[in-house]
Design a protein around this ligand. Sequence first.
Ligand code: AHG
Ligand code: MN
Ligand code: MN
Length: 343
Amino acid sequence: MGQGQTLSAFLDSHAVDPQRKAVAAAVAAIAAGSIEISELIGQGALAGITGAAHGGSNADGDVQKDLDVKADEIIVAALKDVPYAALASEESDTLLDGDPSAPISIAYDPLDGSSNIDTNMTVGTIFSIIPNQPGVKPFTAPGSCQIAAGFVVYGPQTSLVLTLGDGVDIFTLDRKAKVYRLIRERVTVPADTAEYAINASNHRHWEQPIRDFVDECIAGSDGPRAKDFNMRWIGSLVAEVYRILTRGGVFLYPGDNRPGYGNGRLRLLYETHPMSFVMEQAGGAASTGRERVLDLTAKTIHQRSPLIMGSIDKVKRIELLHTDPSAASRSAPLFARRGLFRV
Ligand code: AHG
Ligand code: MN
Ligand code: MN
């Protein structure tokens, strides 16, 4: 149907059986909730949203911001007529039970990038939809079992990135009509962009392969990669993924040796599984550095996983550095002393 098509028309064409109807209803509901969240964010302090601590913390120990809690309430309310067996939310310690015979379950991060709320920076909502099998505990399958995933990015535009398992499409909110409209179909990750995203302040905590990759990027045209790299770090996973879908590059939130960060900071069910599904559907790759994120299965709702995703060539380079340390330039005589950080 093409550019300008509404999200609801796009979803109607998908809803050809009970499970797909449930997926379409879930995406439409999350989209409707995101319009309300977008308006709240756009109003900010005028709507009482300041990013201030709400007074509690979530199961992962994050201090809950006012918008974390409000966004979670909006998403739960939006999903009230959707046939789900269980919801897994970043903001809820336990699963929210629904109808055990429903065809789907949903994991979501109602507000991603909470540390950016009070600085008027981009934040988002992330969701993952999995099939439900009666008698099988929800959220106990590998990420490759997802049947839909996506995210809303509340930036200069409010846009929804969606995969239903057959490519990635992007919709932008038509604020006047309050509907999402298709702006980009079958999005693919540009292959060779010299850009990486990592929180460089954690350098001393990283494992050697991550240091090797970042040092190669910093060495630029003087080093083994023979080209200069750019770096970005926004502090909102949704913004990083949207940028990589738009212009390529690689994002790294690896495990590191800080207490509690052995598997990084991002959570498997509602951050790294959905983003990895989107990335692979767009022709990119998503890895822990040692294995494919979509092969991972959660043992607990808020389990973390490392996430290295983006253009395939860079993810493969980082995986090689994990499996074959001799591939690192520091072990090559010419570049041995060129790392900029004292090891
Ligand atoms: P959330 O706000 O849902 O907890 O997610 C924040 C995540 C992710 O969006 C971002 O990439 C990362 O945390 C930033 O982590 P640091 O603050 O450690 O850089
Ligand atoms: Mn998040
Ligand atoms: Mn969050």
